[in-house]
Ligand binder design. Structure first.
Ligand SMILES: C=CC1=C(C)c2cc3[nH]c(cc4nc(cc5[nH]c(cc1n2)c(C)c5CCC(=O)O)C(CCC(=O)O)=C4C)c(C)c3C=C
Ligand SMILES: [Fe+2]
Ligand SMILES: [Fe+2]
Length: 331
């Protein structure tokens, strides 16, 4: 039985232009899972302020980071998928397993990817959102889209998904390995800051488990690295708008650390599977500058897992349980 595996990332603009960024932001920020502000108020903010003013500014930021004719998010996500496809091909030589990358916003959509895999004869599908920590703003938004796609089909294939992998030993080990490798090449900083993408505080109060997942990832990583409580810290980045988001905020934390005399700071972004605007431009650009402007000397950004061997092995392991699942034998 032919199977399809779909890795899903958030999405990214098709080009580093104002119109492409506007189109991406419009689709992304119109999703009720992403922004829970009352609709009419939000549409006024989105169309009156965010789309006209943010799009040109963010397009310039994408121009700075565009690589190999695409965005880093797409570039590294595709390389990860290609690497895992090779591993799966080598490990299951007799089996027909197709791997694809899809985006929840922008191209290639989940709908087009499912159409393609079903047309190619796949009879069961596995969806793997590249969000280690569950949040309704990301993971549930992907789940909604998968359901929307199948709601339009009469003949729904056998399908499953992975909800989260924030405490998977192979994930925490992969993060630890990349920190250790960085330390072996550059020496160790005075503190390790783990910066996660933020969400509004209200979402957590209403039941989103994201904060707990981030805390569990951070604590597991600190334990794996053998760090004491005063050797690491957790913070939340990428706040948008005036409402309170999860605290402590990354920018304020970094400024406070610099002002408290920390000179050498290591920074890791565990919620981001691959490099993107929020890691390269925001963390290693903006936040890096805040650190140096406030007395810090070395802001040492540790790259995401990207298409590293450890990340490919983790993804292979997550796919393995689907590949070896036997439910299809009942059909
Ligand atoms: C209300 C706004 C947002 C919420 C909630 C949010 C949650 C969230 N996002 C990610 C991962 C990524 N976000 C990225 C970019 C990005 N995020 C927002 C807003 C919210 N995110 C915006 C407006 C943007 C676009 C850039 C900008 O205008 O600043 C990206 C990078 C995409 C890229 O092309 O590089 C990622 C990845 C997570 C994990 C998350 C909640 C857990
Ligand atoms: Fe985001
Ligand atoms: Fe941002």
């Amino acid at each position: 039985m032919k199977s399809g595996i779909v890795f899903i990332n958030l999405g990214t603009p098709a080009a580093p232009t104002t119109s492409a960024v506007r189109q991406f932001l419009k689709q992304f920020l119109s999703d009720r899972r992403v922004v829970e502000v009352p609709r009419l108020i939000w549409l006024a903010i989105l169309y009156g302020i965010i789309l006209p003013f943010r799009s040109p500014r963010v397009a310039k930021a994408y121009q700075q980071i565009w690589m190999n004719d695409t965005s880093p998010l797409r570039y590294f996500s595709q390389r990860l998928v290609d690497g895992v496809a090779k591993k799966i091909g080598a490990h299951y030589p007799g089996e027909e397993i197709e791997l694809r990358l899809a985006m929840n916003y922008g191209q290639t959509s989940i709908a087009d990817t499912v159409d393609e895999l079903l047309a190619a004869g796949c009879e069961r599908l596995f969806f793997l959102p590249l969000f280690p920590q569950y949040s309704a703003t990301t993971t549930a938004a992907v789940h909604d889209e998968i359901n929307r796609v199948f709601s339009r089909r009469r003949d729904i294939p056998q399908w499953s998904w992975l909800r989260n992998y924030h405490r998977q030993v192979a994930y925490v080990e992969a993060l630890a390995q990349s920190v250790r490798q960085y330390w072996s090449e550059h020496g160790r900083g005075e503190r390790l800051l783990m910066s996660f993408h933020g969400i509004p505080k209200r979402n957590v109060e209403l039941g989103d488990p994201y904060q707990r997942h981030c805390e569990e990832t951070a604590a597991a990583l600190a334990t794996t690295l053998g760090l004491n409580d005063n050797e690491w810290q957790l913070s939340y980045q990428s706040r948008l708008g005036k409402a309170e988001w999860l605290q402590p905020y990354t920018d304020k934390t970094v400024i406070a650390l610099a002002m408290a005399g920390v000179k050498k700071l290591d920074v890791l972004c565990p919620a981001f599977a691959v490099e993107c605007l929020e890691t390269i431009e925001e963390i290693d650009g903006e936040v890096h500058e805040y650190f140096v402007e406030n007395g810090g000397e070395e802001f040492r950004y540790i790259p995401c897992l990207n298409d590293s061997e450890a990340h490919q092995n983790l993804m292979f392991l997550l796919c393995k349980s689907f590949i070896e699942e036997k439910t299809h034998l009942f059909s």
